[in-house]
Ligand binder design. Structure first.
Ligand SMILES: C[S@@+](CC[C@H](N)C(=O)[O-])C[C@H]1O[C@@H](n2cnc3c(N)ncnc32)[C@H](O)[C@@H]1O
Length: 279
């Protein structure tokens, strides 16, 4: 792992936020003066990873559209919605007139506040909720994700998205979320979730191709850094697939990503589509 990353993870969440804010301040000010207010958050506010925020969000929504997993009247839940990467492009798809709905929740207050002020204010059928649960990368408190009950109705959603969230959650939290998803997803509804899947191929590639190094092996799951556990969590293929089955899901599609040094593909993380069995 790069030295700068190690130092960054070492900082407490609040300091990490300010480090980013200060680092990007000059370019954010220049962008604002040149282009005025954008529908996207300023770079210094984006606490959800270093990739191309706009491009990645657009790609995910284009992928969901091409697979016909989302349309104007869809009811969508975005778990760990961050600062609106997927919500923003979905505003062009999910329609109030068609009775479509978007619900996003996240543990970081700042992201949810931005989404309410900048998305909800223009699109009333887009709803955002802050649930401050403990996660050693983002929020320090004693509220456990493993005990969180999703505040939505049974069988409410056609589509559930969880992009780069289970890669920051430990097994007991993941299992509770799979259980909660199985309640709020409609039978036949689809989940698009991303993971770092540890299988024989990714183990080999990680070593030989300088991919992310999940060197802490806990059998069911793997960590890059055992001091900030939730910085990156990988799941053994066997464990993950058995849990999906156990919580009543059927695997639809897996598109492995290039995180471990696979030849460059569309997605960095492994993208998994699964659906809730109809009985
Ligand atoms: C890498 S970011 C991805 C954010 C967003 N999904 C995106 O694609 O931009 C990980 C997100 O997961 C959120 N998160 C971590 N643990 C969570 C939990 N238990 N429940 C909901 N969100 C969580 C973080 O606050 C952060 O916004």
């Amino acid at each position: 792992m790069k030295f700068s990353r190690i130092v960054f993870y070492f900082l407490p969440p609040e300091l990490r936020f300010w480090a980013r804010r200060v680092f990007y301040m000059p370019s954010d000010v220049i962008n604002y003066l040149r282009n005025g207010k954008s529908k996207y958050p300023a770079k210094g506010l984006i606490f959800t990873g270093s990739g191309d925020f706009e491009k990645e969000g657009n790609q995910i929504v284009a992928e969901l559209l091409s697979k016909k997993f989302v349309k104007a009247d869809s009811k969508v839940l975005d778990i760990g919605c961050g600062i609106g990467r997927i919500a923003i492009p979905l505003t062009d798809v999910i329609s109030l007139k068609a009775d479509g709905e978007y619900h996003g929740f996240d543990i970081v207050e700042r992201g949810i506040k931005w989404c309410k002020e900048n998305i909800k204010s223009k699109y009333p059928h887009f709803n955002f909720l802050c649930v401050p649960l403990n996660n050693d990368l983002y929020v320090n408190n004693d509220r456990k994700a493993s005990e969180f009950i999703f505040p939505y109705k049974e069988n409410q959603f056609d589509l559930i998205i969880s992009n780069s969230v289970f890669t920051h959650m430990l097994p007991s939290d993941l299992e509770n979320y799979l259980d909660q998803i199985s309640k709020v997803l409609k039978p036949g509804g689809v989940v698009r979730a991303t993971f770092f899947i540890i299988d024989e191929e990714s183990k080999r590639l990680m070593k030989s191709n300088n991919g992310l190094d999940f060197k802490f092996n806990y059998e069911d799951y793997y960590l890059i850094d055992d001091k900030v556990k939730c910085a990156n969590v990988g799941y053994s293929e066997k464990y993950l697939y058995s849990k999906l089955k156990m919580y009543g899901f059927e695997m639809l599609e897996i598109n492995k990503g290039y995180w471990c040094g696979r030849e460059k593909k569309e997605n960095f993380q492994d993208v998994v589509y699964f659906s809730k069995l109809t009985n």
